[in-house]
Design a protein around this ligand. Structure first.
Ligand code: AOF
Ligand code: ZN
Length: 344
């Protein structure tokens, strides 16, 4: 029996959606090496006897949190999990075994585990006589979209963020660029920074703008876990530069994006934010290393000054780099576009 997707009763689907809602309480995908997962245990009378979510690498998996809450009441329940229960011993033990040991009678899960190491929980449970149902939900996929892309491709998911004027410029002729976009757009960027494991800029941007590349609150104070700061290029970054404020930074000489992404992936970073400048963005775009574009467009014209992306080798309109529009939002006076490379 292969156990493909099945149709579920409305009540089952509602419980599964609850598991996805629980998962949302975990850290955003990309801020942690692990996916977001939620789980709940429901007894024959429709009573929730335990629920939980995964709070990040090194902490118990969602199923284990729910099982602990349920204690002896877990026996005979149905477990609803937003991701296939794992079958591996990683930082914690296999959830499939924990569910078996607790006597759970049925398991309904939404997303298949895309990792080679952890997959196989559904089969293990089935082999042990548990009724297992796989019911894919778009909401569950969306929750770990970047994480899934990263673990299946073997490199972090890359979002290129750029703030520009209506005429696509990122600075004025004299190099000044503070501020092109308004406060709402800048706050949005800090939310985005909080969701990534690393922020990458070129030496050109590091030297010209001296960005801190930190996640800050309204008062401008750094808050929470900070992404790794990465500077790409051969030029020396002076010791007094803001990116070198502490040891949480590194420099990569090579312009080849994969020379940056490989070590970040090895550090378990699943989502990287590329923040400039035009030369680096062009190199990464041409190498196919950009998965998503976040463009903040201000209702401003400069008429001169550097463009948001450098030479892409496009000689004629047929060679244009095409992007697909995934979302548009108004942030104060600015417009935020979320775009993805169009499939070739
Ligand atoms: C689950 N439930 O709540 C999570 C799962 O080495 P670890 O312990 O940090 O495990 C990480 C892997 O386990 C992760 O890459 C993913 O495949 C799976 N995550 N699985 O059954 C959970 N967070
Ligand atoms: Zn697990």
């Amino acid at each position: 029996m292969t156990g493909g997707p099945v149709d579920l009763h409305a009540a089952d689907e509602a419980w599964l959606r609850r598991a996805v809602d629980l998962a949302r309480q975990g850290r955003p995908d990309g801020a942690d090496p692990n996916p977001r997962v939620g789980a709940l245990l429901v007894d024959a009378g429709g009573v929730v006897v335990g629920e939980g979510f995964h709070a990040g690498a090194g902490t118990p998996h969602a199923e284990v949190v729910a099982l602990r809450e349920a204690g002896g009441r877990a026996e005979g329940t149905t477990a609803y999990v937003s991701l296939e229960p794992c079958a591996h011993t990683g930082r914690t033990g296999p959830c499939a075994d924990a569910l078996l040991a607790a006597g759970v009678a049925r398991v309904v899960y939404a997303g298949a585990d895309p990792t080679v190491e952890a997959a196989g929980g559904a089969e293990r449970l089935r082999a042990a006589g548990v009724r297992v149902q796989h019911h894919p939900l778009t909401a569950a996929e969306e929750l770990n979209r970047r994480w899934t892309a990263a673990v299946t491709s073997g490199r972090p998911f890359v979002t290129w963020k750029v703030g520009a004027t209506l005429d696509g410029r990122v600075a004025a002729a004299d190099g000044t660029s503070r501020w092109i976009t308004g406060p709402q757009a800048r706050r949005d960027v800090h939310r985005l920074r909080a969701e990534v494991g690393a922020i990458v800029v070129g030496t050109g941007t590091a030297l010209a703008d001296d960005p801190a590349l930190t996640v800050r609150d309204e008062a401008g104070e750094p808050v929470g876990r900070q992404p790794l700061r990465v500077v790409v290029g051969r030029r020396e970054v002076p010791a007094g530069a803001a990116v070198r404020a502490d040891d949480h930074w590194l420099q990569v000489d090579s312009p080849d994006p994969f020379d940056t992404l490989k070590p970040l992936h090895d550090k378990q970073i699943r989502h990287v934010l590329l923040e400039g400048g035009p030369t680096l963005a062009a190199a990464w775009l041409q190498a196919g290393a950009i998965d998503e574009v976040r463009a903040y467009v201000a209702p401003t014209l400069l008429g001169a000054g550097p463009a948001l992306v450098g030479d892409l080798g496009v000689a004629t309109i047929a060679e244009a780099v095409r992007l697909e529009l995934a979302d548009v939002a108004r942030l104060g006076e600015d417009v935020r576009l979320t775009l993805r490379p169009a499939p070739a």
